[in-house]
Ligand binder design. Sequence first.
Ligand SMILES: C[S@@+](CC[C@H](N)C(=O)[O-])C[C@H]1O[C@@H](n2cnc3c(N)ncnc32)[C@H](O)[C@@H]1O
Length: 296
Amino acid sequence: MATHVPVLLREVMEMLDVQAGDSIIDATLGGGGYTNALLTAVAPHGRVLALDCDPGAIERVRSFDWAIEAGARLQLEHGSFGDVQHIVEAQNFPSPAAIVADLGWSSLQLADSRRGFSFQDDGPLDMRLDPTSEHPTAAQLLKMQSEQELETMIRTLGEERHAPRIARAIVSKRQSAPIVTTKALADLITEATPRRGKIHPATRTFQALRIAVNDELGVLQQAIPEMLSVVRSGGRIAIVSFHSLEDRIVKRIFRSAEERGIGTRVTKRPLRPSGEEITNNPRSRSARLRVFETTS
Ligand SMILES: C[S@@+](CC[C@H](N)C(=O)[O-])C[C@H]1O[C@@H](n2cnc3c(N)ncnc32)[C@H](O)[C@@H]1O
């Protein structure tokens, strides 16, 4: 069975420095690795509110022994961290001592071919992190967008230099049949691009589509200011990102918050995983952790 190995867990826990009795928000529950560690750190009375926009993640963790044992100390909520302020108010959760967000998808979501995140196995081109949302799926985006829109999306969100060729190939292919499976898209990209380098030629286009389908950058830009206003004075926010577009947003908003006197950047440069972590968990390779502390 697939599992999700938490990335930068030791560094996140050291940086958050949570204390017994604290209330904490894990904005991205995933496989529950951070939440479990946080519950232990705030025991015996501290609480964790854990969010995930994927209801499957919530239901899975709900059945774990440690989650059952935590009882009322653990609140699991289906929702987006873009709505963190509203969720905290609606749940009457105390102003947290720390908020952590570990962005993107979990290995569990990637391994489930029905979700459409991976080009390794064939599946429907969905890519919604929240399958209950009414946002267009990746297949619908490929159908709706003009060639120019596709090219811009693939270039900016995937940082893909072959974006014009890929966009042209998508438009040409969809004239004969809609592109609705991960394999169809991956094959089309492989045919349209020169094969060079270590990564699969579809990697960057899949990244672009996932970011676009879930409006990941827009949600992040909305969420960080909300986190800054929700966390208690002297509290910390830790964000783990996995590509430069996300990291740039975190860096810019933390720097601007510092300039406005809201607090200080605990990490002036992002923390990266050790060589040992990268060897044991290659997914951690691109992770960057930035931490901010609000003024007391
Ligand atoms: C990298 S995983 C988190 C792994 C977790 N830290 C652990 O230790 O298992 C990211 C999770 O965040 C969720 N997610 C992504 N965007 C979200 C959002 N805007 N709001 C809430 N959850 C989100 C995904 O559904 C996924 O389950």
